[in-house]
Write a protein of this length. Structure first.
Length: 217
């Protein structure tokens, strides 16, 4: 079994936005707009979506005049793209591929609700770093974990459902701000910042990390 086949079974049955986008996009889209304002005219709106899923977010970004390229290992996800968003530049592929060699480098990379599914997070982070132009910015999101949220879930007997043990290709890594900061810093990212979204911060559904690839010396 190769690396991609381990995660290619994630299921998509439609091409619509999902429930997580209702609390992710109100923070992600303004952040992207701020980044876009600082990018050079002519090619500055290029963006790579790592883990593009069914293409729903890429379509939103394309409608906002971003030039989106992306990959996802889910055969079903890319099939939804072909059926419902055929003009999008989205393809089968994963963070374990040499994506920068295939698609080039970008001023912005997004990867929403992906890192919790990744078997080799350091390879994933290295791919994010490699996909960025020097000085470029990555935006990633993942379910939030912290002491109080974990305690509330335990007291409410919600841990079995949350840890998705019976979900093939489900959540296999459970990140906190501390551990995700370590992952990104190890990969070489700087200026790492977080927003917690969905519910009040201590019980947030997800966290959104923004980090920058240093410019060349």
């Amino acid at each position: 079994m190769n690396d991609s086949s381990k995660i290619s079974g994630y299921h998509w049955t439609n091409a619509a936005l999902n429930h997580s986008h209702s609390f992710l996009l109100p923070t992600v889209l303004p952040a992207l707009a701020r980044l876009r304002a600082g990018l050079p005219a002519g090619g500055g709106g290029r963006l790579f979506d790592l883990g593009c899923g069914n293409g729903s977010v890429a379509q939103v970004l394309t409608d906002l005049d971003w030039d989106v390229t992306g990959v996802d290992p889910s055969v079903e996800g890319i099939a939804q793209v072909r059926a419902h968003h055929p003009a999008l530049k989205l393809y089968e592929g994963s963070a374990y591929d040499d994506l920068a060699a295939r698609y080039g480098r970008f001023p912005v990379v997004t990867s929403l609700e992906v890192v919790e599914h990744v078997y080799y997070p350091r390879r994933y982070a290295a791919t994010l770093f490699d996909l960025l132009e020097p000085g470029g910015t990555v935006i990633i999101s993942t379910p939030y974990h912290g002491y109080w949220k974990n305690l509330v879930m335990a007291l409410g007997d919600k841990l079995d459902n949350h840890f998705t043990a019976l979900w093939d290709h489900g959540h296999i890594k459970f990140w906190s701000i501390k551990t995700l900061t370590v992952l990104l810093a190890e990969a070489g990212f700087v200026d790492i910042q977080f927003d917690r979204v969905g519910r009040v911060p201590i019980l947030a559904k997800s966290m959104i990390a923004m980090a920058r690839k240093p410019k060349d010396p």
